[in-house]
Design a protein around this ligand. Structure first.
Ligand code: CUK
Ligand code: CUA
Length: 763
């Protein structure tokens, strides 16, 4: 074993030697190009996206996961997927919806008492400070049930889900105001506010849309429903929204696609919704003064619906909160330019994109220059009084994203399967690129902030048709990476997305994200607070209160404490487990066979698995992450005694008997192992390791393990003094286990120092 350690220590150098030798005899670049049929242009694209081993990405994308109810996180330009963050859907790997802590979040996400096991995520929004992305929080909507999820980017976990009390359907969320004061959520399909009933024949009178402004409490990192409000809107089928910024800060914009207020009914011989909702040439852009609406709400001029404050349409008209502007046929995306001066709208059934001027809109509002009112009395501003430019782009303009270059915007053309690059100030097309196929949203790096970062654009395509190896009738979607740094757009990479149908994605500079490496000891990750039942090693115990059994447990490589839990049939058992590791990435799992339990215990985290022991038997629990060489040994038994079972007092029969020889062999091995550890320690402490925070934390971890080793050593020696060779040998074995872990961490630290150019220090 000792020899193996030495091998491990020096193997790295040998491996590098071999790799170099192989490289010399490998194919040349020309040969690879010929064999794979690659062009010069392909090579340039590859060089722009290829990320060598150990390399990191410049941007991080948070893509909606559509029907999965999750969010997909990937890097740009490599397009490597890094994580799925579960929001509305249980996800076993991360224990989301399996530990009691996260079940509370999913419980609070019930709608009308109904537990929902999925969500339709469309629009992620990153939190902003002064109009720029700050990398702290992420919000996302569920279109199928009107909900918003709040994700902390400190650990990429869902912290909260709020259910909209008045909407039955939503789509125009999540969009944030420039200091994340509010998260905007607009309705989609009209309903009776409060999810009530009215006959469809009274659609015009009883059905409504609305926009909700969810107050975000930055200090708490949560939406505060008690400070949130909504504004009642006509039943126009509101669609996307965006918040104003700079010049237009304090205002928000929401479009709509069925101002016809058409109600279909194919079964009764009526033309379908699609005919009735696209009959008129225009729909309405809603222009809303949310700052003023906030004052109106605070002044109490609201109606309570399902205990939620709603500003009625009449109040909104009286107070001058809402205006309408005609927008071309069945619009979809509405996006405010980085300087806040323009609002760009794509009309799905129009070939043009329309650019509205905020200055002109304000002029009409100030001069009360209206073309009339809608059927509900809301002032309508004439399109020509608000329009800056209209530009013919192609068929099916949907969504818009802004470049770092002034006045440059990119618009997706769904029907044409193209992206148009154009100048919204001058109103001219600059370039077009074909994509494969049917693009929905598109995302440019930080393209929604006041300071877009440019460089890359991703086309989020709905269909992939024939792009990838076939996997049956259900195809992945296709995210295509486009280089936008030059005058011409350049397609770089296709990424299949096999999760759900992504709609929008948000992209941020990677250096703005500062996620945790480990939790503070004993953290309930779902609240971010200290878990009341977290224990440290040595404090583990089993407590019984009637038929409730609580197991205060720790997990560390490679054992749970306690390892045997005995309960009675019918007991409720709660395993509250703290991962007492400090080492980066040393996550343990916890499963109880046949009981449907899986926890994810990242270093420092505390989580609870709760079961009803309704089936007598002996069930193993085990760690579900391959955490060390002795991972398979990270196990234990839950013994569920049948009702009325009478104990019989037999002592534990050992499978193996140990002698003094065994003990001596083990201790000799341990002493030799210690020499190797000492060498590694000398190596590390002989270098400026304290300049490397990563290494400092590894050294702390190793020190922890060595302290455990010392403790096991004492136990072994005590047993040996009593000539109890059984326990002496077993404890000596455990002493060695801790040494192995310390050595493993020490080697990680040594490798890190070697790779990061640590220098020798004076001893
Ligand atoms: S929507 Cu799907 S492509 Cu929900 Cu933003 Cu336009
Ligand atoms: Cu812990 Cu495997």
């Amino acid at each position: 074993m000792v020899r193996n350690f030495r091998k491990g220590l020096f193997a790295t150098t040998a491996v590098f030697g071999v790799a170099t030798a192989l490289g010399a005899s490998a194919e040349t670049l020309d040969e690879v190009m010929a064999r794979r049929g690659l062009t010069q242009q392909d090579l340039v694209a590859a060089a722009k996206t290829y990320t060598p081993t150990g390399g990191r990405d410049e941007f991080i994308v948070f893509s909606s996961g559509g029907q999965s109810g999750q969010i997909m996180v990937y890097g740009v330009p490599s397009m490597r997927i890094l994580k799925y963050v579960s929001v509305f859907t249980p996800e076993p790997w991360q224990g989301y919806g399996f530990d009691e802590e996260s079940k509370k979040i999913l419980d609070s996400a019930k709608v009308d008492g109904r537990e929902l096991h999925w969500g339709d995520t469309h629009h992620p929004a990153l939190s902003e400070t002064n109009g720029d992305l700050d990398g702290e929080y992420l919000f996302i909507n569920d279109k199928s049930a009107p909900r918003i999820g709040v994700i902390s980017l400190h650990d990429f976990e869902t912290q909260q889900i709020v259910v909209n009390p008045i909407l039955q359907s939503e789509h125009g969320g999540a969009f944030v105001t420039p200091n994340s004061e509010y998260v905007i959520e607009a309705a989609q399909y009209p309903g009776v506010l409060g999810r009530g009933y009215a006959p469809l024949s009274q659609f015009n009178e009883k059905f409504r849309g609305a926009v909700t402004y969810w107050k975000f409490d930055r200090a708490a990192g949560r939406i505060d429903p008690k400070q949130s409000f909504a504004i009642e809107l006509p039943p126009y089928s509101q669609d996307l929204s965006d918040a104003g910024k700079l010049d237009s800060d304090g205002w928000s914009f929401t479009n709509s696609f069925c101002a016809e207020r058409y109600v279909g009914g194919i079964e009764n011989g009526r033309p379908p919704f699609e005919a009735g909702c696209s009959q008129n040439d225009t729909d309405y852009l809603h222009v809303i003064n949310w700052k003023k609406a906030e004052e109106v709400y605070k002044a109490g001029k609201v109606t309570m619906i399902n205990d939620f404050p709603v500003i009625s349409m009449q109040t909104a008209i009286d107070e001058g909160l809402v205006y309408l502007i005609a927008e071309p046929k069945s619009p979809h995306g509405v996006d405010v330019s980085p300087d806040g001066k323009y609002i760009v709208v794509g009309g799905k059934l129009d070939t043009q994109a329309s650019v509205y001027s905020f200055e002109k809109i304000m002029k009409a509002v100030d001069e009360k220059k209206f073309a009339g009112t809608d059927p509900y009395g809301i002032p309508v501003i004439a399109m020509e009084d608000a329009l800056h430019k209209q530009v013919a782009l192609g068929l099916g303009p949907l969504h818009n994203q802004f470049d770092s270059k002034p006045c440059v915007v990119y618009t997706s053309l769904y029907v044409d399967s193209q992206i148009a690059k154009w100048d919204y100030c001058e109103g001219k097309v600059l370039d077009k690129i074909s994509i494969h196929y049917n693009v929905g949203h598109l995302v440019a790096m930080e393209g929604e902030s006041e300071h877009p970062a440019g460089k890359y654009l991703i086309s989020l395509n709905k269909l992939s048709i024939d792009r990838f190896n076939p996997v049956g009738p259900l195809h992945p979607q296709n995210h295509q990476l486009i280089d936008i740094s030059g005058d011409k757009m350049e397609l770089l990479y296709d990424m299949p997305v096999p999760l759900g149908e992504p709609h929008y994605a948000a992209a941020i500079s990677a250096d703005k994200l500062k996620p945790l490496v480990r939790y503070k000891y004993g953290t309930d990750s779902r609240t971010g607070e200290k878990h009341p039942d977290a224990v440290r090693p040595g404090q583990e115990r089993i407590e019984r209160d009637g038929t409730n059994v609580k197991v205060y447990m720790t997990a560390i490589r490679s054992h749970f404490t306690p390892e045997i839990v005995e309960v009675n049939e019918g007991d409720t058992v709660e395993f509250v487990i703290t991962n007492s590791e400090r080492a980066e990435d040393e996550t343990h799992g916890f499963s109880v066979s046949t009981y449907g339990v899986n926890l994810s215990l990242e270093p420092g985290k505390t989580a609870t698995a709760k079961i009803t022991a309704d089936k007598p038997g002996v069930f193993s629990y085990y760690c579900t992450e391959f955490c060390s060489a002795l991972h398979l040994e990270m196990t234990g038994f839950l013994a569920v005694k049948p009702k009325g079972y009478v104990e019989d007092q037999t002592a534990m029969a050992e499978g193996q008997q140990y002698t003094k020889d065994d003990y001596d062999k083990q201790t000799a091995n341990n002493v030799a192992t210690q020499e190797v550890i000492d060498q590694v320690v000398t190596y590390i402490t002989g270098r400026n390791y304290q300049d490397f925070p990563e290494v400092v934390s590894l050294v702390e971890d190793a020190t922890d393990q060595l302290n455990f080793a010392a403790d096991a050593k004492t136990k072994a020696e005590d047993a040996a003094a009593k000539e109890d060779w059984q326990n002496a040998t077993l404890w000596a074995g455990q002493w060695w286990q801790y040494q192995v872990k310390a050595a493993d961490i020490g080697l990680r630290a040594k490798t890190y120092l070697d790779e990061h150019g640590a220098v020798k220090t004076e001893q």
